[in-house]
Design a protein around this ligand. Structure first.
Ligand SMILES: Nc1ncnc2c1ncn2[C@@H]1O[C@H](COP(=O)(O)OP(=O)(O)OP(=O)(O)O)[C@@H](O)[C@H]1O
Ligand SMILES: [Mg+2]
Length: 243
């Protein structure tokens, strides 16, 4: 059976700057892939290409074996959660979920409310349904962003540094929600510098360096047994920085 997402020799440049230099990646249903690598290695660009937010210059990206030609056709299959939440500030918490369900999924109000209640329960925000995002902590905002992405029933959820603007305690809350989704079998791609946190639930790790996937494998293989020098250097540096 075809992989849920497959990237084949994907290349992307900004002017002279080659950012993705032949990416090959397969994501199976149920995979939770942590994407790591130093700043500027191309992590955000790679996931933005998967989510249909960027054009690619060459190569192909497939969703369930079908080449993605029209980017609009994938926006609801692939949910995206950003570092800075991207919420609607003028809507309450529940409206942030209800409004897109009404406009995009064409749900009636009752069904949209029920779905919103279910999702807010899932991310532990039921108590905050009537608040505005500006009154919430960063961790709460990010959990709302996750609930809103889930409302579209995405086949795959893509996170780009979901916790890097948060204090450790709030980051922990967000990782707890992501971990709950992992338990439910949600397919996820997570770009993060918080390697320790993802290592508890990622099924795989892909290490990017200068627009190439230098190493891709099970957590143990990547963190403990790899003899890739670039990866070893990167991990040593990350460890050093977190002390
Ligand atoms: N919109 C853009 N226009 C021009 N160059 C860009 C653009 N977006 C990214 N780049 C360049 O592409 C390269 C890779 O950027 P990218 O944001 O994908 O890296 P990253 O691995 O996500 O880094 P970080 O860990 O800092 O988020 C960088 O050299 C960056 O300057
Ligand atoms: Mg980035």
């Amino acid at each position: 059976m075809a992989a849920l997402i497959a990237m084949r020799d994907v290349k992307k440049s900004y002017g002279e700057n080659v950012v993705l230099n032949g990416i090959n990646l397969e994501v199976e249903k149920g995979d939770i892939v942590a994407i790591i690598g130093s700043s500027g290695s191309g992590k955000s660009t790679m996931v933005r290409c998967i989510a249909g937010l960027e054009d690619i210059q060459s190569g192909k990206i497939f969703l369930r074996g079908e080449e993605i030609i029209d980017r609009n056709s994938v926006v609801h299959s692939i949910g995206m959660v950003f570092q800075n939440f991207h919420l609607f500030p003028h809507y309450t918490v529940e409206e942030n979920i209800i409004k897109p369900l009404r406009t995009v999924k064409k749900m009636d109000l009752k069904a949209a409310k029920e779905k919103s209640e279910e999702l807010l329960r899932k991310v532990r925000l039921s108590e905050s349904a009537r608040q505005y995002p500006s009154t919430m902590s960063g961790g709460q905002k990010q959990r709302l962003a996750i609930a809103r992405a889930l409302a579209m029933n995405p086949e795959i959820l893509v996170f780009d540094e979901p916790t890097s603007s948060l204090d450790p305690e709030l980051a922990h809350e967000v990782f707890r929600t992501i971990k709950d989704l992992a338990t439910e079998g949600q397919t996820m791609l997570i770009v993060t510098h918080q390697i320790n946190a993802v290592s508890h639930f990622a099924t795989r790790v892909a290490f990017l360096d200068s627009g190439i996937i230098e190493a891709d494998g099970a957590c143990k293989e990547i963190f403990e047994n790899s003899d890739n020098q670039k990866l070893k250097q990167f991990l040593a540096m990350v460890e050093f920085n977190t002390i």
